[in-house]
Design a protein around this ligand. Sequence first.
Ligand SMILES: C[S@@+](CC[C@H](N)C(=O)[O-])C[C@H]1O[C@@H](n2cnc3c(N)ncnc32)[C@H](O)[C@@H]1O
Length: 224
Amino acid sequence: MILKNNYFDDCYFSQESGFDESCYVFIEGNNLNLKDKKEIKIGETGFGTGLNLLVLEDFLKNEKDKKVTFTTVEKYFLKTETVKNALINLKGVSLEALEGHLNIYKFIDSRKSDGWNSFSFKRAWGVLEINLFIGDVMDSFENYPVKNICWFLDGHSPEKNPDMWSREVLSNVARNSDEGATFATFTAAGMVKKNLRDSGFFVKRKKGYGKKRHMIFGFLLFFL
Ligand SMILES: C[S@@+](CC[C@H](N)C(=O)[O-])C[C@H]1O[C@@H](n2cnc3c(N)ncnc32)[C@H](O)[C@@H]1O
C-alpha cells in the first residue's frame, strides 16, 4: 500500500524501494559507522512510520552492547495498523524485523502525550533510547533534550512542506548538534542547501537514489 500524507499531499517513502532508499540516503549519506563507538545520538525530522529507525536497526543487527539515542519529531502520529499496512510488503523488511518495529510503535502510541516523550528498549544489539516530540518541529526546539552527532532530515518534499526546511528549523538543527555532526537528506533543493549553509553546515551534493538526480549530505562546520 502506498502511504500518502494528506496534510502535505506527499508520500512517506517510495513503495518500490523505500527501505533501500532510506539506507542509501540516511545511513550511507551520513557515513554511519558504529564499529569504534559504543554510543551514538541520532536526530530525525519526521518520524512517520519509523522506517528510518527500522533501517537503522537492520544496520545494527550484527552489533553488540551499543547504545543508540534516536530523537525525532512527529506532528501527525500514525496508527500502528496504518504503519503495518505500509511496511508489510516493503522490499527489504523481514517479518521478524517488522514485528519488533510494530511492538515499539504500539508501545509508544499507548503511552505518548503531546510534547517530549522518552522510551527505552532493550534490543539484541544493545539499548535503544527514543525521544519523541509529538507536535510541531519548531516547538520541539524549546526544550530539545540532546546534542546529536548525526541527522536524518526527512520532512516531506520542501515544495510541499517548506516549514520543515526553514532557516529557523535548520538553525535549530545546528544548535542541537554536537561538534562535527553530519546530516543527510533526500532533497537537493536550493532553499534547503542555502538554509543549511546559512546555519553553519558544509553541504555537498551527490547522486540521488535510483532515478533521483541528486541528494545532499554534509557536516557542521561552525556554530553560529
Ligand atoms: C517524509 S515523512 C517521513 C518519513 C518517515 N521518516 C518514515 O520513515 O515514514 C515526513 C514526516 O514529517 C512529519 N511532519 C511534517 N511537517 C511536520 C512538522 N511541521 N512538525 C512535525 N512533523 C512534521 C509528517 O507528518 C511525516 O510523518
